[in-house]
Design a protein around this ligand. Structure first.
Ligand code: PLP
Length: 406
């Protein structure tokens, strides 16, 4: 595998800074990744040369900015292998993408007595919108459980499907357990019953090659900031047949076609779902991030991160008293754990003082924490710029935590 880690790390300026006089070790990538110089430069380039509002001007800068924005849409379409640019909606993140579908799909397709299926391992952003939509529409939210390894059982899911099921909404990769769900099989099973499937790809798209046509998912949502792009950017992929039928989510700006005193007509896809002035500079950064990922190759990224995960799992397993949450054989590169009965916040504070950023707490997955009967975990989540040497430092830090708090 052609993966020059030193060259890659040199692309990320923040990785050379120090925290508490120690080199930063950044293991909080599931919360947000760091940004390469190429992304930072794309934003600066946009503001220094091309800044203008898009879609509404005939002058040079407006046309140039619009072309660049639409070029980014084409790049994203190719990156996830969508059929058409009209299926790519820019949002401000996975949360907005998920709220958009819950609100708009709910209004169009969900009636009193209907059912929506989700799983216990969802991030709140892919749980609460469905819960609230079901409450508003008099529908029922069915929640699929997990086994001891942190995996769902497709057989159990099959048992939940019935003629009242309107949608399955599940994560591609769990942000707590790391489990990669068998989404392709689940989508095939759901489609046998004509049930559409939404995949929350917030933790998927930065770690795995994603092909929405191959998966045949009906919706796929993700955030830019978890894939080396700026905050405040995100994507909703949706099949045209659903997006066409769904009502607009927000009103105003580019989503308008004509306004009369008593009614309004709406723009075509994808603009129908893009109200107001969008985050153009963020999309320029997102475009640069995708070019960067393409250059590295998603297969190479997945293979390198898998090596990191295996190495870290083996090393951390050697620490007595450590308990892992999420032990599926099909995992993305993150590890959630507890050390004996040490509270995750206490562990996180000490690990931080050693220059290592890990995340502690419920990771916005309270229903999962309740089902596991724990207050939270310590989570180390890896990116392709992390190294085995950094993992060794984490092991030393955990031993220090034990020494101080056991
Ligand atoms: N879904 C999953 C699985 C996540 O991990 C996250 C964020 O951690 C989200 C959704 C929400 O993403 P954002 O906060 O970028 O909208």
């Amino acid at each position: 595998m052609n993966f020059n880690i030193e060259r890659i790390r040199a692309d990320f300026p923040i990785l050379s800074r120090e925290i508490y006089k120690r080199p930063l070790i950044y293991f909080d990538n599931a919360a947000s990744t760091q940004k390469p110089r190429q992304v930072i430069d794309a934003i600066r380039q946009y503001y220094e040369h091309d800044n203008c509002n898009i879609h509404r001007g005939v002058h040079y800068l407006s046309v140039k900015a619009t072309e660049a924005y639409e070029e980014a849409r084409r790049e994203i379409m190719q990156f996830i292998h969508a059929r058409n640019t009209c299926e790519i909606i820019f949002t401000k993140g996975a949360t907005e993408s998920l709220n958009l579908v819950a609100s708009s799909f709910g209004k169009r397709y969900v009636r009193s007595g209907d059912e929506v299926i989700t799983t216990i391992m969802e991030h709140h952003s892919n749980f609460v919108p469905w819960q609230q939509m079901c409450i508003e529409r008099g529908a029922t939210l069915r929640v699929l459980g997990i086994n001891e390894s942190g995996e769902i059982d497709p057989g159990e899911l099959k048992g939940l499907l019935n003629e009242k099921t309107r949608l399955i909404a599940m994560t591609h990769v769990s942000n707590v357990l790391g489990t990669i769900n068998p989404v392709k099989d689940i989508i095939a099973m759901a489609h046998q019953h004509d049930i559409p499937v939404l995949i929350d790809g917030a933790q998927g798209v930065s770690h795995l090659p994603v092909d929405v046509q191959d998966l045949d998912c009906d919706f796929y949502c993700f955030s830019g900031h978890k894939m080396y792009a700026p905050m405040g950017t995100g994507v909703l992929y949706g099949k045209e047949k659903y997006l066409e039928e769904m009502p607009p989510y927000q009103l105003g700006g580019e989503m308008i076609k004509d306004v009369f005193l008593d009614h309004t007509t709406f723009n075509e896809l994808p603009f129908k779902f893009e109200a107001g002035t969008p985050n153009v500079e963020g999309v320029m950064g997102l475009h640069a991030a995708i070019l960067y990922l393409k250059e590295l190759g998603m297969d190479n990224i997945a293979a390198y991160e898998d090596q990191l995960l295996k190495y870290a799992t083996e090393k951390l397993s050697g620490i007595s008293g450590i308990k892992f949450y999420g032990t599926s054989s099909h995992k993305a590169s993150l590890i959630s754990f507890l050390i004996g009965d040490i509270h995750p916040y206490d562990a996180g504070m000490i690990i931080d003082k050693l220059g290592i950023a890990v995340r502690t707490g419920h990771h916005c997955a309270m229903p999962l924490m309740d089902s596991l009967k724990i207050p939270g975990t310590v989570r180390a989540s890896f990116a392709f710029y992390n190294t085995m040497d950094e993992v060794d430092h984490l092991v030393t830090a955990i031993c220090k935590v034990k020494e101080m708090l056991s």
